[in-house]
Write a protein that binds this ligand. Structure first.
Ligand code: NAD
Length: 368
């Protein structure tokens, strides 16, 4: 099954997200209508060796001129230095405003190549070809691009919507199992935000997706993209509803930061899964949602091989976690904004979470 999902909103040109199996070999044909000049595929070295030849062959077969530009894999590539190097290479290639960038990779490549496209000659077109589950269900859709600075992640960036997103489920077959599970956290998050039926399916027969079943993965990616694109279409610049997509992220980000963003200890997706479980437990502790709902969330998260409880005993201090959460750039005017829930599928933005209650909660979760 191939699905074509339109993304549209007030502030940007509509585009399609195409989801299905075997799409990389059709990439050239799919993007040909958008190509006015040449293309450059920006990718990382790992993805280049696994999927670069198929992508280039597909462009060639469709008569699209393309070449590869590789960056080292990993978050460190989301830096000013790497951005400068990429833009310098594009200039050396003589790329102009009619040309097109193809971001082939996970969220790191999508963010870096997307930002390079936003800046190059004041903005050239980009097509996102996400190759991790996280990138397929989250980062490739919505137009956020960014690099990191030593002062924090994603602090320098731009909104630059892609012209098209091509999500080939088959490329996920080469993804390490832990990376696949991490992306599954964002899939679960979409159900938790606003679609109880989807969550029920993910927690039941759809759970095989977290182990790589391509049919379940296709359905999970399609529904996630529908949910994310509907929210982005209403609120591109995160003035309101888009903040719901941060469910689990404020807790998760604080925990990741305390662990020094050490992906061996905790991946971003694992932090989001843990953050979602914590957001539901806090919602239950505050009397906003039933305790049984929080338990169901924990069960589904654990069944996907994702963490539900703070581990690394003794590492976390409640005050430090709170400071991280309040310092998160999503905090507004010093008040703590959290995404909480009334039930599975019914998340909301709470802009007045009481710090003392949160400290109690964090201590109950095992922080010192
Ligand atoms: P990633 O891009 O670093 O990819 C993870 C690893 O998997 C890398 O080593 C990569 O080389 C490898 N890989 C990618 N595709 C593969 C494949 N098909 N087979 C085998 N290996 C493959 O990480 P990620 O989890 O995809 O993305 C994380 C980044 O996304 C973070 O920087 C985060 O800030 C960003 N992000 C952005 C948004 C947004 O809206 N822009 C949203 C969420 C996350």
């Amino acid at each position: 099954m191939t699905a074509t999902l339109p993304v549209s909103g007030g502030g940007f040109e509509p585009y399609d997200v195409i989801v299905g199996q075997g799409l990389l070999s059709q990439l050239g044909v799919l993007i040909a209508p958008l190509v006015r000049g040449r293309t450059v595929i920006i990718t990382d070295e790992t993805v280049a060796s696994l999927h670069g030849p198929a992508a280039l062959a597909s462009l060639q077969a469709a008569g699209v001129r393309g070449r590869l530009l590789t960056v080292p894999p990993g978050e460190n590539s989301k830096s000013f230095a790497e951005l400068e190097r990429v833009i310098d290479r594009l200039l050396a290639f003589g790329l102009d405003r009619r040309d097109l960038i193809i971001a082939l990779g996970g969220g790191v490549v999508g963010d870096l190549a997307g930002l390079a496209a936003a800046l190059y000659m004041r903005g050239i077109d980009v097509v996102q070809v996400p190759t991790t589950l996280l990138a397929q269900v989250d980062s490739s859709v919505g137009g956020k691009t960014a690099i990191d600075t030593p002062r924090g992640k994603n602090l320098v960036g731009a909104f630059h919507q892609p012209r098209m997103v091509v999500a080939d489920i088959d490329v996920l077959a080469t993804l390490p199992a832990r990376q696949l599970r991490s992306g599954w956290a964002e899939v679960l998050k979409h159900g938790l935000i606003c679609d109880r039926d989807f969550f029920d399916w993910l927690a039941g027969e759809g759970a095989v997706g977290a182990k790589g079943d391509p049919v379940a993965l296709t359905r999970a990616v399609v529904r996630s993209v529908e949910i994310k694109s509907a929210i982005v279409g209403e609120d591109e610049k995160e003035a309101g509803r888009r903040a719901l997509l941060n469910l689990g992220h404020t807790f998760g980000h604080a925990i990741e930061a305390e662990l020094g963003f050490d992906e061996d200890l905790l991946t971003h997706g694992e932090a989001v899964a843990l953050g979602c479980a914590m957001a539901f437990r806090l919602s239950a502790a505050l009397g906003l949602c039933a305790g049984a709902e929080a338990e169901r969330v924990g069960t589904a998260v654990a069944a996907a091989g994702l963490p539900t409880r703070l581990e690394h005993a003794g590492v976390f201090r409640a005050e430090r976690l709170l400071a991280r959460m309040a310092g998160d750039k999503k905090a507004e005017g010093g008040r703590l904004t959290l995404i909480l829930a009334r039930a599975i599928g019914d998340a909301f933005v709470d802009k007045a979470v009481d710090s003392a209650a949160l400290i109690d909660f964090l201590k109950g979760e095992g922080a010192a």
